[in-house]
Design a protein around this ligand. Structure first.
Ligand SMILES: Nc1ncnc2c1ncn2[C@@H]1O[C@H](COP(=O)(O)OP(=O)(O)OP(=O)(O)O)[C@@H](O)[C@H]1O
Ligand SMILES: [Mg+2]
Length: 473
């Protein structure tokens, strides 16, 4: 049996039981209240008749008493009324047809279940003497009839209520069942290309919000899938591009080596030609080395398992060590060089991997060289940015970075260079290295006027701290 049907049967049974219990409780309560009221009324009437009879029996006016007692005939609920004198002679007697008065052996004034009347008896007392007796019976048949009527109507209402509840629950369960099927359909297809269409406005509040969540999830999964495909495509492109780019220096290297190593060819070359071929071989080899190490360095930093060195680096000593190699490259490229470390950095140190930071500086200088025209000035320097951070900067007087490209420069393989030397990995590598040093790269660039890129890293200056943070700016 389906869960839905089981739930409906349980709900109907529960609703019916609840209705019947309520009806029984109400009926019994009302019956009891009606009985109590009847008893009160009977007691009151007996007392009244007894008082009244006392007066007429004392004066001996039994005729008038009879007349008055006859007027009680019109009260339908009185089953019997009898007044006797002290000797037991009947002065007045009225009984409803079919009812036997004094037919029971039970005490008067006590109602027993199953009794049809409340039977009360009162002595008639005048001047301290018993002068007669009143016997009054009031019917309770109406009470039971009324209670039975109430029970019957209550049960009918309970059955109608249960039927209504069951029908409403049935309709709701059919709707819910449909909605759950739609949701199931959505959930099963959440990873597929397209989600099944839902009938518009068909879902309730809760199921609707689950459906919306599933749709959002589907959207995210599609985006994720799109990014994965894009990244796969990029990796493939990059692989093809790199292989293609590597071909150029490899071909040049092979050609120059072939010529240099061929005995006959070598003999026909003069000294200048041999030097030129050797230089081609050397620069091709250098280019190959750069390209391979760019790829490897970026891949290495990208690996979360890779842990860079963490050593204390004296800032001035470190920069003084970096400067000459970069100066040589700048000079070789025909650009002017300037090197300036702010004097308040004396004794300051940073924490990290000196080799990685040296390569960051090298990359920034290489970019400056590459994007600065002949004769332009390139500057390497360091200055305190605030009390706890130092900017190691490289500035140039080059073409600047176009605003539209500013967001892209740290992305891997994004380059504006047309040269096969440039894979677009330099700044991506710098960014990864910065991330590993709680540092960041700050770019200031004005198209046509130049660029300054700073590696902003936490610094510790003992002297500045001891002297009230003299270095703070
Ligand atoms: N100093 C700079 N002046 C002008 N543009 C720059 C400068 N530095 C970087 N860029 C721009 O940012 C881009 C990305 O630089 P990045 O160093 O990552 O790659 P690349 O220099 O093109 O190639 P690679 O560094 O892999 O040889 C460059 O192509 C260039 O357009
Ligand atoms: Mg570069």
């Amino acid at each position: 049996m389906k869960l839905r049907v089981k739930l409906l049967i349980a709900l109907s049974a529960l609703s019916l039981t609840f209705s019947l219990v309520m009806v029984a409780e109400r009926t019994l309560g009302l019956r009891q209240a009606m009985l109590e009221r009847t008893q009160d009324r009977t007691d009151y009437l007996s007392d009244f008749i007894s008082e009244m009879s006392s007066h007429y029996l004392k004066t001996g006016n039994t005729q008038r008493l009879k007349e008055i007692l006859q007027s009680f005939d019109r009260f339908k609920y009185i089953s019997y009324l009898q007044v006797t004198d002290a000797k037991g002679a009947v002065i007045y007697k009225m009984t409803e047809s079919g009812l036997k008065m004094n037919g029971k052996s039970r005490d008067p004034d006590v109602f027993h279940p199953g009794d049809e009347v409340f039977d009360t008896g009162r002595e008639i007392v005048a001047d301290g003497e018993v002068v007669g007796e009143v016997r009054l019976g009031v019917s309770v048949v109406g009470v039971d009839e009324a209670a039975a009527n109430l029970a019957w109507r209550g049960t009918l209402i309970g059955v109608i209520f249960t039927a209504f509840i069951t029908l409403a629950a049935w309709a709701l369960s059919i709707k819910l069942g449909k909605e759950l099927n739609w949701l199931l359909d959505l959930a099963e297809n959440v990873n597929s290309e397209k989600l099944p269409e839902l009938p518009s406005g068909a879902l309730g509040t809760d199921t609707g919000s689950i459906a919306r969540t599933l749709k959002t999830l589907h959207g995210r999964l599609r985006e994720e899938e799109g990014r994965r495909k894009e990244s796969d495509a990029m990796k493939n492109d990059f692989f093809e591009m790199t292989v293609h780019d590597l071909k150029q220096p490899v071909t040049a290297l092979k050609a120059s080596l072939d010529l240099l190593l061929n005995e006959d060819d070598r003999r026909s070359y003069d000294k200048r030609q041999i030097e030129s071929l050797s230089s081609i071989a050397r620069s091709s080899l250098a280019l190959l080395t750069k390209m391979i190490s760019d790829v490897l360095n970026t891949a290495k930093l990208n690996n979360p398992q890779y842990q860079p060195e963490r050593e204390r680096i004296d800032l001035q000593t470190f920069l003084n060590g970096c400067a000459p190699e970069n100066e040589a490259s700048v000079a070789a490229a025909g650009k002017r060089w300037e090197y300036a470390v702010s004097p308040d950095l004396a004794g300051c140190w940073i924490f990290g991997d000196a080799d990685l930071i040296r390569r960051v500086v090298g990359n920034l200088v290489l970019n400056a060289i590459q994007y600065t025209p002949e004769g332009g000035k390139i500057k390497l320097g360091a200055r305190l940015r605030d009390a706890d951070r130092v900017s190691i900067y490289v500035s140039d007087e080059g073409e600047g970075i176009p605003d539209t490209f500013r967001q892209e420069i740290f992305k891997k393989y994004s380059t504006m260079s047309r040269s096969p030397r440039n894979l677009g990995l330099g700044l991506a590598f710098c960014k990864l290295a910065a991330d590993r040093h709680a540092a960041f790269l700050d770019v200031k660039s004005e198209p046509g006027r130049g660029t300054e890129i700073s590696f902003v890293v936490p610094v510790y200056c003992p002297a500045a701290r001891a002297g009230g943070r003299k270095g703070e700016k």
